[in-house]
Ligand binder design. Structure first.
Ligand SMILES: [Zn+2]
Length: 249
């Protein structure tokens, strides 16, 4: 198919072939990344998918690309739900992931539903810093957000808050609840993390319909939200992919 890269990905030593614009070419010969890096990026991904689930379940109006809105939700949720130190750590891990992806994929796949990786990187850094400029301006600077963009970050976060805030408040109103069900094992890093995270999300949010978050094999390192089943799928392959994604120096 024209425009869609066919890439070879060696997963757990087995050669598999994926077609997909956002699946980078990489190998497993490098140093493995830390548990922390894998863990933090799984969280950032979970919250991106939760953004999709919220958009669907709350029938939120979309005035732009859904993936952009879900990226914003991920930053907003991590800012809201995590202590400062953990939130900073997750942000740096996700930023590293976008940088690594940008490096691996080279020319962006312009027809993607997602923004280009480097733009997602800067959006993340800007929004996170913008949530608390007094405390986090240095983080935006450290991540290389240029001055002209930095001047917008606080307003960008305020706009995100004005847009997403009411949705989160609505979801929090009837919490705690048991509206999110976990469907998966209890052994691996991904399984334990997602299971635990669902436990604490049930303390914070009550969805109008039952939402399932599953950890399962997909045949590709990815994550999805399926609106027909009201189900988030976190692919087991994602952890492997994150483990061996070559990070920029
Ligand atoms: Zn998404």
């Amino acid at each position: 198919m024209a425009g869609v890269a066919v890439v070879t990905v060696a997963l757990i030593g087995v050669e598999k072939y994926f077609t997909g614009p956002s699946t980078p070419v990489f190998d497993y010969s490098g140093e493995p990344n830390s548990d922390q890096f894998v863990h933090d990026n799984l969280l950032a991904t979970l919250y991106q998918e939760m953004g999709h689930a919220m958009i669907d379940q709350l029938e939120l109006p979309l005035l732009g690309q859904e993936e952009d809105a879900a990226d914003v939700a991920s930053v907003f949720l991590i800012d809201a739900l995590y202590e400062e130190e953990a939130a900073i750590e997750i942000t740096y891990a996700a930023a590293d992931m976008f940088l690594a992806l940008a490096k691996e994929t080279g020319e962006p796949y312009w027809a993607s539903t997602h923004g280009p990786d480097l733009q997602r990187y800067y959006n993340l850094a800007c929004l996170f810093a913008g949530a608390d400029m007094d405390a986090r301006a240095h983080i935006g600077e450290d991540l290389g957000v240029p001055e002209d963009r930095m001047s917008w970050c606080e307003a960008e976060f305020d706009a995100a808050k004005a847009s997403w805030g009411a949705a989160f408040e609505g979801l929090a109103k009837n919490a705690p609840a048991q509206s999110i069900a976990y469907d998966g094992g209890t052994e691996t890093l991904t399984e334990k993390l997602i299971m635990e995270e669902i436990g604490s999300l049930n303390e914070d949010f009550a969805f109008p319909n039952k939402l399932t978050v599953a950890v399962e094999e997909c045949g590709e390192p990815n994550a999805f939200y399926n609106p027909d089943e009201v189900r988030v799928v976190m692919c087991t392959e994602n952890a492997e992919w994150l483990r061996y994604l070559p990070l920029p120096e």
